[in-house]
Design a protein around this ligand. Sequence first.
Ligand code: PPS
Length: 570
Amino acid sequence: DITPPHGGTLKELIVSPERLDALKAEAVDLPSWDLTARQVCDAELLLNGGFSPLEGFLTEADYTAVCERMRLADDSLWPIPINLDVTEAFAETLEPGSRIALRHPEGMVLAIMTVEDLYRPDFKKEAEQVYGAADPAHPEVFRLMHQTNPVYVGGRLEGLELPPHHTFKQLRHTPRELRDWFTKMGWNSVVAFQTRNPMHRAHVELAKRASQKGEANLLIHPVVGMTKPGDVDYFVRVRCYQEVVRHFPEQTTALSLLPLAMRMGGPREAVWHAIIRKNYGCARFIVGRDHAGPGKNSHGEDFYGPYEAQDLVERHQEELGIAMQPFEEMVYVEDMAQYVPRSEVPEEARVLNISGTELRRRLREGLEIPEWFSYPEVITRLRQAFPPKREQGFTVFFTGLSGSGKSTIANVLVAKLMELGTRPVTLLDGDLVRKHLSSELGFSKEHREINIKRIGYVASEITKNRGVAICAPIAPYTSTRREVREMISQYGGFVEVHVATPLEVCEERDRKGLYAKARAGLIKQFTGIDDPYQAPENPEVVVDTSQFTADELAQQIILHLEKQGFIDLQ
Ligand code: PPS
């Protein structure tokens, strides 16, 4: 028979059709909470039974027990707190017994919650107890400390509908649907493989061996809810999984997507993952090296030992009721032309490996990725998502005083890039932006910041879509420029050009007559006169128009772009 859910019953919280009409009518007048992306993920697994035996967000008694001893108040094993965090203002409208409509960002009510209690968690303590340290280098601890609302609301849910999904519908299943599928296929024993990364040959070998060893069918069960910040996004990953699944025997392998919000909680997370897979009907669960590891802490050390997750699952094996399939790292042995577990590598044999970072580098540089590492179809998918630099978008961000020559150089640069003709180019000149995007803004610090962030946002969209944005505002504040840099560099290149023409030269030129007016007090808050300009600390390029012509300087920037690999002049 299929493995029973954690606690014995699958706690599906969607109400019967008869109750649904009453709840829909009630929801109209209830206080309404808009769920965050993370809360939507948690709500989905609560409603579909993936979090059985939970029937709602944790009350204080359950929360405290989970943090302290990895158990609910009734002693059943549950390692990760599942909370609805709300603002003080919203909490003030509630009391025990209140009912709340929990809304999806698209507007529909997913569930009605009956408030049992409201409490203010100690985030530091939660971080220490659950994740081992209150270190913000841990992504979940960072989230707790900086992005979590101060009040937790505990209470049961009555579900109206599951969150809608618009992508890969054919690969999404509730625990009930997977259980029914396994029954139909006669798959009593299924081993689940958890992943948040694209799968390459090593993962395929590992999963195949694990299923053979356990004499089980295989469920490839990747997380597509929320994973570690910076991970390959799930659209790309799922296209890779679809390619990879063809390399498994069709009779014994299934692929299904799990809408979980991961916490990167290492050992506790491994126990949680096992419970969830049990609820989805699996009998076995693969736990590898550094399962759900968050990377390095702020002292540069690993948060958890490489096999700590396996140890913790092992210790709770009996109670869990899902068998752990421990697995070592698989490595490629060149002389054998095959993957083997690390401990089985013959002495002095040459082992090959490509880390995630190295893979990214090769994609970015357009370098070869060998066949022994991955499948050509997977690499093609990854190359589509991570084009080499010469196909990525980039932003050239000029900053400097009024009249320093930003616009003049920017115009020459635009012309040169247009002549090259490899990408669409957009000029976001200071004056242009103030006319079309920021006409209501003045020159206070606050307004200048808004102005620059708007430019940054537009440039980041252009960069994301593989075009070129040339920006030329004064942008006098270091912190705003840093924000813009962060916004853009996640999508492509960012080249900051400081047009460092000295103030005296700008003032002497005074093309628009603004310096004279500023000196006369007719214009207030004029940059360089009675308003600050914070010079960039580490710009990619520095130019000075009192020494060179705009043509020469634009050419200098072109050469920098070529050196960086963004353009190809050959
Ligand atoms: S900022 O600080 O980045 O938002 O400024 P920006 O959008 O680039 O706008 C600068 C242009 O506005 C004109 N101008 C002023 N500049 C600075 N300070 C004050 N108070 C001011 N008032 C008007 C000026 O022409 C700037 O144009 P450029 O092309 O830089 O000379």
